[in-house]
Design a protein around this ligand. Sequence first.
Ligand code: RP5
Length: 163
Amino acid sequence: MSALVGVIMGSKSDWATMSHTADMLERLGIPHEVQVVSAHRTPDLLFQYAEQAEQRGLRVIIAGAGGAAHLPGMCAAKTHIPVLGVPVQSSMLSGVDSLLSIVQMPAGIPVATLAIGKAGAVNAALLAAGILGHEFPQYQNALKKFREDQTQTVLDNPDPRDF
Ligand code: RP5
């Protein structure tokens, strides 16, 4: 099956974070693709990627970027499919710069913004599964199974000293 989720990031240096998105999509069995697409280093490629995403069959784009993180917002401006933004933790400002530049979109072009770093990267994949769930019940079931397993793991390990 061709990719339903496109995972893009501004730099190879973002992969340490965005690999958690790919890992979770893999775990849920969701077909996806990953690619470096930079808003400022490869702007034409970004426009092409976003413009062609829908006709290529993508249902969701997950875009991770750090610093002045305009990738998710610019991507959202060039497509009608949902864009989920993951703020990558930057070295200078610990990702607060990334978070604010992704989350604070002016009204009219939404980006669904996740938490900074690994938590956001994982949750972006889970959110994508929820979005896909109506059209593809198998991914909704995979999401339910993940949640049940997570709950059971907590219930099975109540003693914090066993951490
Ligand atoms: C952004 O600049 C990327 O998303 C990355 O988080 C940050 C730094 O990129 P590199 O200088 O490591 O390539 O475009």
